[in-house]
Every structure is written in C-alpha cells, then in structure tokens.
Ligand binder design. Structure first.
Ligand code: N01
Length: 514
C-alpha cells in the first residue's frame, strides 16, 4: 500500500468541508467524538478505515486476546460498565463495550467507515487541512489524528519469508479461515500478543515452535470471573464500582515510582517473577532459555498463568538460536536446524516510532511527520501537538504511552485538552494555532531528563519504546495524574496563533504554562 503524500487524486466527488475531522475511531477517536457531540460541536466527522469502531480491539482478534489492565479501569469514566464478566476482559467483550458506547451516545452517524485516509496536507494560504481518502476529498479547519501507536503491523525482514508456502499472518490480522488444528505451527515473537496466542492454540496444533529473540518477564495474571453478587453491587451501588476503579488505579500508579524514578525498586517485581519461573518451569534447561537478562519493566511486563505451562508441553519447543531463513515449508535456525511447518504466525509487533502513517501527513512547510521526526525524533507537546503542524492535534501522540496502567485514562486527559483547544479557537476567533518550537523543545528536554532515570533507559534492554536515536519517545515518564493536571485546560500561550481577521502568524510572547 502506497502511503506517501501525493498530489490530489483525480476524484469527481465534491470536496466536503468540516470544522473538525477526526482520523480513527478506537477508544481515542470515539471518545473525542462523544465529547464534541456532548458540547454541541456537531460539525465534525470521523474517518475510520475499518468498518466499525474499536481500533485495536476490533483488529486484534487472535486466539486468547485479552486486556492486561483490569476492566473497571480499562473503560471510559463516563461510561462505566457494571456487567464486565471478569476482572480482566477478553477482546470480544471489550469490542462489544466500545460498540455499545458508540450506540448509546449516538455518534455512529458522525462516522465514515471503510474510509482510508491516504493523505492530509496543510494549506497555509487557505488555513485548512486537505484530506484525500478512499472515499473522496475533504477539507477541515482542524484535524485530530487518533490513529494510535499500535495500528500498523511490523513484519520481520527475514530472508525468504515472502516465499513461505503455508498459511502466514500477523497476530493483528489473524486469518480465522486458516484451520490450525493438527498443523505444525511456528510463531515468531514472545511479546504481549504471542504469550496469549501460544497457550490458546497449543491444545489444537500438532506441534508449536516458538521463536524467541528476547525472553519476556512474566507476572501472575490475577484474573477471575465476577460473582453475581459483585455484579449486582456494581450495577445498583455505583459507588462500589467507582471504588474498585479507584483502588485499581492507585495500585497501578505506585508502579511509576519503580519504573520511572527508582528502577532498583523493580527488584521486588523481579522476585515475584523469578518465583513464578521456578514454580511454573521445573525443567532447568527450558527455565534457562526463558529467563530474561534485563531488569523487569524495561520491556512491557507481561501477565499470564498459562504461557509457561504451555511452553513445557512435549509438542512445544522454544527456539532461541535465531532465524537464518524461512523456506517454502520450513524455518532454518541460525544453528542450521531446519524445522518443517505448515503455518507461521508473525507476532512481531507494530511500527510505533516509524509508523508509515507519518508519511501521509504534511505540515506547514510541506514536510511530512516522517521527515520532521527523522530530524528531531518523535517529539511533540503533551502528546497532543507537533510544531510545524498547525491546527492539528494528536490523541496518543508522542510520549503518551504507558506500560503499567490504563491508556483510557491518558486518552480522557487528552480529550479534555483537545476539546478545550477547539473551544478556545472558537472563543478567541483564531484562524490557526501551532505549538511553538521553543516550548516543544523545553517540554522534551524535561521529558528526556525524567526518562534518563527510568528503567526503560537503564534496564539493559532494547524495546519498541525507544526510537532509532535511543530516546524513549513513546512513554509518559511520570504519574498519570500529573499528565491529567497538565492537560486539564488548553494553554494557548504555548502556541503561535493567528486571528481570523489576520493572515500573518503572531508568536505569543507569554511563557508557556504547564
Ligand atoms: O508486539 P511486541 P506485541 N525476529 O513488539 C519479536 C500491546 N498489547 O504485538 O523482544 C524475531 O511487544 C520481539 O522480540 P524482541 C502492548 O502495548 C497489549 O506482542 O524485540 N523476533 C518480541 O518478542 C504491547 O507492548 C496486550 O527481541 C522478532 C515480539 O516479536 C504491544 O501491544 C496484548 C523480530 C514483538 O513483541 C505490542 O505487543 C497484546 C524479528 N525480526 C498487545 N521482530 C494486552 O493488553 C520482532 N520480534 C494484553
């Protein structure tokens, strides 16, 4: 798929204009759409390339897919769900929840589904965005990218992989027509997706080869079904559910102290993980293979009760020698061993700091997000704006990610910020707003300084949290309530603005408040 900014495609359909266009309708885009409708800012449209809401929860349908943040926290604060069937929800239940929220708040008719945005280009003369999509052309005063970081599957560059003759698919594009029963299957990767897939398919396949490049740390998954009295309490005593949510939030938030500030404290988690390893992997040879060699937390901490037991089964092999090549019906490891397979699952993650979608968005001087990020790294301001991209906001932009708690909390913080930005633009009659480069630079200097103490930099691992310059441009290095505070209101002083009556840019001289 070509995803470069191209000249306006020849399209006979008229260009449609909206005040705001939101790209993507996962938790983030949908949440903002609901907020805009609630505020009566009805001149907006959501362009969604899939045929339903849900984003990553619509797309990741692999066997065993489930959330590793408890359900009562992994949901919108304005749409609590007393009916979660268990403490950690599975993909289908989360997707149903998102669909139900879209229906309840009646925002589906503000969506254009199956609409793949192929380019978004800022027109500085007209002071609007020009968007090309599979469903025609649009213009918008403001654009909000709600694409998310985990939407573009990353395929490994392994010799011969394109010539594999059996079933092959990425974890995020699971082929449900491929019957794995009785087949010899291999899986590449041992991240959050793979450790859920392995136990979910181990029972039905003839053999399972798990190609591990780096052993992950695993903690217990404290998952259980909710009892009927609990569900009744959640339903009829809303305070109980709020309390449960607050308790989960507080417990998770304490992890920030170890992850971001004092990595040595993470040894406490490592003790639990090592005890789990000893208990669940009695075979010393296998245990040596799956024991990580970096500080826990450096990569995402995974939770599972059935991954290690699945690895211990006779027909499951963990292969750590690396992959030399993939052939038509086999994989050859770097030690020369060739193993025949019928199907290959690629669970190798996503393009996070090098998303191909960055090629499709061109800002004020015509440069794309890719080109800008190439020069300065994937940097933004409060994860919500990037200098050189006027009237564009980001949900789940740079350094908003988390490894320990609910992304929905961060999304709702950003929704506050962006909704207030749109209101400010109206109130102050602004033609353009663009975050000031000096403010963005200061913000990132501060972020990187905080990150320099974190386990993600000092934990001795390579991870998708880091960009090619070795900077962590994906995670938030502080308490999430601090992010909530910083995004409570739109700090227009951090932005260069032009009024509607004036076409020249004015730099606001007031210092940016954070
Ligand atoms: O992807 P990953 P994921 N040759 O990037 C390996 C969220 N999520 O889809 O560690 C061989 O984590 C790579 O090895 P290494 C969550 O935020 C959440 O599993 O780089 N191996 C790694 O083992 C998560 O972090 C949930 O050495 C290669 C694996 O592939 C994010 O999604 C569930 C390779 C990729 O792991 C992504 O998770 C699922 C190569 N060329 C996902 N390239 C829950 O809430 C990569 N690998 C539970």
């Amino acid at each position: 798929m070509s995803r470069k900014v191209t000249d306006k495609a020849v399209d006979s359909r008229p260009t449609r204009h909206h005040k705001t266009i939101i790209i993507g309708s996962g938790f983030a885009g949908l949440g903002l759409a609901i907020r805009l409708s609630q505020q009566g800012r009805d001149d907006y449209l959501v362009l969604e390339r899939g045929s339903d809401v849900g984003g990553t929860w619509r797309d990741n349908t692999y066997p065993g897919a489930a959330c590793d943040v408890p359900s009562h926290l992994y949901s919108y604060s304005f749409a609590l769900n007393p009916n979660w069937s268990r403490s950690f929800s599975r993909q289908g239940e989360i997707q149903q929840y998102i669909q139900a929220v879209a229906d309840k708040y009646q925002v589906r008719d503000k969506h254009l589904f199956d609409c793949d945005v192929t380019s978004a280009r800022w027109n500085d003369t007209a002071a609007h965005w020009e968007i090309e999509s599979s469903k025609g052309s649009f213009t918008a005063d403001t654009v909000v990218s709600a694409i998310g970081a985990l939407c573009e599957p990353a395929l490994p560059d392994i010799k011969g992989i394109n010539d594999f003759q059996g079933e092959i698919f990425h974890s995020a594009r699971w082929n449900h027509d491929a019957d794995l029963a009785g087949k010899r299957v291999a899986i590449i990767g041992t991240g959050a997706s793979a450790i859920q897939i392995v136990p979910a398919i181990a029972d039905k396949v003839a053999s399972l080869d798990v190609y591990q490049r780096t052993a992950p740390w695993l903690l217990p998954r404290l998952d259980r079904p909710y009892t009927t009295p609990e569900k009744l309490a959640f339903k009829y005593l809303p305070g109980v559910q709020r309390l449960s949510r607050a308790a989960i939030y507080a417990a998770r938030e304490t992890q920030v102290v170890g992850l971001a500030k004092f990595p040595a404290l993470m040894q406490a988690f490592e003790l639990i993980a090592r005890a789990k390893l000893r208990y669940e992997v009695p075979d010393p040879e296998l245990r040596a293979k799956v024991t990580p060699d970096f500080r826990i937390g450096c990569k995402r901490m995974l939770i599972s009760n059935n991954y290690y037991p699945a690895l211990g089964r006779d027909h499951v092999d963990v292969i750590t020698d690396g992959i030399a090549e993939v052939r038509a019906n086999s994989i050859v490891a770097k030690d020369g061993t060739e193993r025949e397979i019928d199907a290959l699952v690629v669970a190798t993650g996503f393009h996070v700091t090098d998303s191909p979608t960055y090629d499709t968005i061109a800002g004020r001087d015509g440069r794309t997000l890719s080109e800008v990020f190439d020069e300065i790294g994937q940097q933004g301001y409060k994860g919500s704006a990037v200098a050189n991209f006027p009237n564009m906001f980001f949900l789940l932009g740079p350094n908003v990610g988390l490894g320990h708690t609910s992304m929905v909390f961060m999304i709702e913080s950003q929704i506050n910020y962006i909704a207030d930005a749109l209101a400010t633009i109206d109130k102050q009659n602004l033609r353009t707003v663009e975050v000031r480069r000096d403010v963005q630079d200061d913000f990132n200097k501060d972020l990187q300084q905080k990150l320099s103490k974190s386990v993600w930099i000092n934990g001795g691992c390579a991870s998708w949290y880091l960009d090619k310059h070795g900077n962590n441009t994906t995670l938030w290095p502080d308490f999430t309530f601090e992010f909530r505070r910083l995004t409570k209101t739109f700090d227009v002083a951090a932005y260069a603005t032009t009024p509607v009556s004036d076409t020249s840019r004015t730099e606001t001289k007031v210092g940016a408040s954070q």
